[in-house]
Design a protein. Sequence first.
Length: 206
Amino acid sequence: MTTSTFEFIDPDCRRHEFAHGTVWADSLPENLSKVLNGMLAVLDEVMEKGPSEDELHDDVEALRKSVDNPGWPMALLDSQLTHELFGTTMRTMDEAIAELEKMTPADYAALLREIFPSLLTIVPPGVAVLDPRLTAVPAWSTEEARGTVYRLRAATSVVAQQTTSLTLGDTAITLRQGPESWSRSPRRVRRRPGLGRRQPNVAVAR
């Protein structure tokens, strides 16, 4: 089984309560193109009509029940750390449920239309991405981002603190681990030479 992934990244996360969302689906290799097209068709339908009332109800109920999942504490911690990194305020469960209960199909459709231009798709090598709204780009870049540098707060050694960092630029990020660095950009991303691994295909909405 292989996976096709869609990611939405708000270009200005300071404007919104959200910053990142992911949708993925597993498929047999020979069906990946069909799965990709099917996922895009579902997004198009939601952008046009929004979800049904039943789907909205199910979404709220799923959130209510999520606190009983054994993985909930880790998911909560991950969300709290993400909000800290982006400088946003994390809502309580009651606040999130109250907001979801007020959402209408039209609200969901408008929200998805707003964030669709930030769509990033990741598919295994060799999968054709034929939708004209998506532009294929390489997966990694040898260029290093320029911006704010964040280092480990609790490094295990002085060397680890000096060689591990995250740089946030306006159009890209650089994750540095040890003497090597990897740069990721939503529009210009290319594999670093010598990694020796098969890289996924990446396509961005334009």
